[in-house]
Design a protein around this ligand. Structure first.
Ligand code: GDP
Ligand code: MG
Length: 312
């Protein structure tokens, strides 16, 4: 992952509704004092400042969706929809420009000798109508802010994704490999949780990700949303660890497990294939580990970092 700091996705500001924003602007303007003409001018300037400042705070808080890493772009598209997001931000820009325009015009009219109260009333009306036109966009952006708070943010280190059928021992492996308790994040558009742990070897670190319900069954049978979610996680993966339970105590035949492996390989990432539950069998033609006895765990760790380092 390049320079992009995904933390910004968790720090988007609250977006006021049209009514809230207008209330704020008009209330602030009502506190302006002075002689009739200056007062009206200052009121208009205040309204424009409050609105412009809020809209720009919102616009500036959003990162560039064009240049961010594919993983986040795709995730945000799945979560809130990129086209809608862009449209809403563009609407804010439009409203900002329009408000400034009508306010500038109002101020000019007052300076030109028109009745300040009349101009003020007319301009307030126009400003309110502009802001009300973007109410949907403001509400959408506030919901987007809430949804994006839940987007998983990966640290700037390699990512290892664990795949394999349910009950093969993926979660146990992630827990055993992690130097800290894995943190829970979610894909905001599903109820699915993602567990992110940290695996450490000497001074090297990587994030290890367990995604229940994602790379644990045939991809060709997934719906479009699920497929996109898989592609998304693939995008951030530096390496995939595919867990096979040769004892079949997971409830899936080895045949089925190998056929899923073929699909996962098609994602085009380096795949490390390992046997779980080594305490229950003696197959050693692949790296075998047991989360119960700890056998082979260090070998799995080393193999993971070998792949990561080759890639770097
Ligand atoms: N004997 C043995 N059982 C294991 C091992 N790892 C996991 N299990 C058992 O296999 C089942 C599924 O494990 P889990 O880690 O939840 O698998 P996941 O569904 O792939 O995440 C649980 O009942 C675990 O206790 C292991 O190394 N040895
Ligand atoms: Mg699990």
């Amino acid at each position: 992952m390049e320079e992009f700091n995904a933390e910004v996705l968790h720090k988007l500001p609250t977006v006021l509704t049209a009514d809230e924003l207008l209330d704020k602007a008009f209330r602030r303007a009502s506190k302006v004092s002075g002689r009739k003409r200056e007062k009206a001018i200052n009121k208009l300037a205040t309204v424009s400042n409050v609105i412009s400042s809020h809209l720009n705070t919102v616009m500036k808080a959003h990162p560039s969706y064009t240049s961010m890493p594919e993983f986040y772009r795709e995730l945000i598209d799945l979560t809130v929809g990129l086209a809608r997001l862009r449209k809403s931000l563009a609407a804010l820009k439009w409203a900002d420009r329009m408000v400034q325009k009508v306010v500038t015009k109002g101020i000019k009219q007052i300076k030109g000798g028109k009745d300040p109260e009349n101009v003020l009333r007319g301009t307030y009306g126009r400003v309110a109508s502009i802001i009300k036109q973007i109410d949907d966009e403001l509400r959408f952006l506030n919901n987007a802010k809430k949804a994006m708070r839940r987007v998983p943010v990966f640290l700037n280190m390699p990512v290892v994704v664990v795949a394999g059928y349910p009950n093969v021992g993926k979660s146990s492996l992630v827990s055993t490999l992690s130097s800290v308790k894995p943190e829970v994040a979610n894909y905001p558009f599903t109820t699915k949780e993602i567990y992110v742990g940290i695996v450490q070897l000497n001074d090297k670190k990587a994030q290890i990700v367990d995604t229940p319900g994602m790379l644990d069954r045939p991809i060709h049978r997934m719906n479009n949303m699920e497929k996109r979610a898989v592609l998304c996680i693939k995008n951030i993966a530096d390496c995939i660890v595919f867990v096979i339970d040769p004892t079949e105590s997971c409830g899936y035949s080895t045949e089925k497990q190998y056929s899923l492996l073929e699909e996962v390989k098609e994602l085009g990432k380096t795949v490390l294939v390992v046997y779980s539950k080594a305490d229950l069998h003696s197959m050693r033609d692949k790296l075998a580990f047991s989360s119960f006895t700890g056998e082979g765990i260090n070998n799995v760790k080393r193999a993971i970092f070998d792949i990561i380092e080759k890639k770097a």
